[in-house]
Design a protein around this ligand. Structure first.
Ligand SMILES: [Zn+2]
Length: 261
């Protein structure tokens, strides 16, 4: 698989995930959020231009480089191809969990990640609301993980498809039937679990950092229960809810300025 095919599959998967999540938001809404926020779509557009254009297939390039140079665990250990694909999905989701948790602990990283949390409504468009700086800062870790793991390119694309869809789904304004929710949350992150992560209280956004698997939160004592039936106040006390697009882009730097001043 080349970088062009990688980008094409990733884009098609993203479009399918958008259709699925918006359908579920209409069929079974939690709050009944009707519209995607313009500022969220603006940030997504900037990220698509800045990072999607320059590095949309970087994970594919990193995987191919590791394979050519026989670098990374999965290029040395002899596994069946499907075991390597499953291992890649599990390992890269764990890396994402760890990185997300670090974003809440290191003040420098939180300045960027708070842009995501400052959304006072919780819906699929929150899932694309990231400061470009946060994504740029995460790239070395994400690409380094692909190389160190020796992740096969098929594993990387399967991960990108699952992770991209899960990211939109867990931010969805979606209620699940109680029995299905209880069954899913044993292994996977549900919208209700991630909604708790976006709660206003510090004790709430200190839980549920996972995106695909909820097992990392259970294993590392960051799991916080939540169900579709509970109502949670979303957002951050420290950041105004209605910040403009430019205000959100400036947010990490304006706080530095005010401190220096
Ligand atoms: Zn977070």
């Amino acid at each position: 698989m080349g970088e062009v095919e990688f980008q094409a599959i990733k884009s098609a998967g993203f479009v399918a995930a958008v259709v699925l999540v918006f359908s579920l938001q209409r069929l079974s809404p939690h709050h009944g959020v009707r519209r995607a926020r313009r500022v969220n779509l603006g940030l997504w557009g900037v990220n698509l231009l800045v990072i999607g254009g320059a590095c949309g297939a970087c994970a594919c390039a990193a995987s191919l480089w590791a394979s050519r140079h026989e670098v990374g665990v999965l290029n040395v250990v002899d596994l069946t191809s499907w075991t390597a694909v499953v291992g890649t999905v599990v390992a890269l989701d764990f890396v994402s969990y760890g990185w997300h948790r670090v974003n809440h602990v290191v003040p420098f990283l939180w300045r960027f990640h708070q842009v995501h949390h400052a959304d006072a409504q919780f819906s699929a468009s929150t899932g694309v609301r990231f400061h470009t700086g946060e994504i740029l800062l995460s790239l070395p870790l994400r690409l380094g993980a692909v190389v160190l793991l020796g992740a096969p390119v098929v594993g990387v694309i399967v991960f990108e498809l699952i992770f991209g869809a899960a990211n939109l789904l867990v931010h969805g304004d979606i209620d699940l039937p109680p029995r299905l929710e209880r069954a899913l949350e044993r292994v996977f992150v549900t919208p209700a679990l991630h909604r708790r992560h976006h709660g206003r209280a510090v004790c709430q956004h200190g839980t549920n950092f996972g995106t695909v698997f909820s097992v990392w939160d259970r294993l590392f004592a960051s799991f916080g229960p939540n169900s579709s039936s509970s109502k949670i106040e979303i957002g951050l006390d420290a950041v105004a809810a209605g910040l403009s697009f430019a205000g959100l882009l400036r947010l990490p730097f304006s706080q530095w300025r005010s401190r220096l001043g």
